[in-house]
Design a protein. Structure first.
Length: 145
């Protein structure tokens, strides 16, 4: 497996992962004065909170007003990149950067950084649509910050 991060359905995770997120939210919102109070309210131990507090995040808090980085391997043909950019535009995402390596064997690696704005919910749908573009041999979500 490449990379450090995964996006998984929360149904696969133990319930304490969601409770860690809830405890962090209580602290962020000022509804708990300290970690002890927050973990008591959600029903987990302090050690569980500290062990996982920097490791689990809710997708919406990661992506709101943030960026997604996608990598693609595409044929070096007229119109392939244009088609990808048109799809991105249809989802109302802004392109921050495009980096394209020189083509090797008529294939080029392209990395695009997107500003997701307020709507990251359709990111998965957009990636599926881009994956269907003729001339694209690989697409990968590298990260969301």
């Amino acid at each position: 497996m490449q990379g450090k991060y995964m996006v998984v359905d929360k149904a696969l995770l133990p319930s304490y992962c969601e409770k860690v997120i809830e405890a962090r939210q209580l602290l962020d919102d000022g509804l708990a004065k300290d970690v002890s109070e927050a973990v008591k309210k959600v029903g987990i131990s302090r050690s569980t909170f500290y062990k996982y507090k920097d490791m689990v995040r809710e997708m919406s808090t990661i992506s709101m007003g943030r960026h997604a980085i996608i990598s693609m391997m595409m044929s070096h043909r007229v119109g392939v990149l244009w088609t990808v950019l048109r799809i991105i535009s249809n989802y109302d995402y802004s392109v921050w950067t495009i980096t394209q390596n020189p083509p090797v064997d008529s294939k080029a690696n392209v990395v695009i950084t997107l500003d997701l704005g307020e709507d990251a919910d359709s990111l998965d749908d957009m990636l599926k649509e881009i994956a269907q573009v003729a001339g694209l041999s690989r697409i990968q979500l590298l990260g969301i910050d």
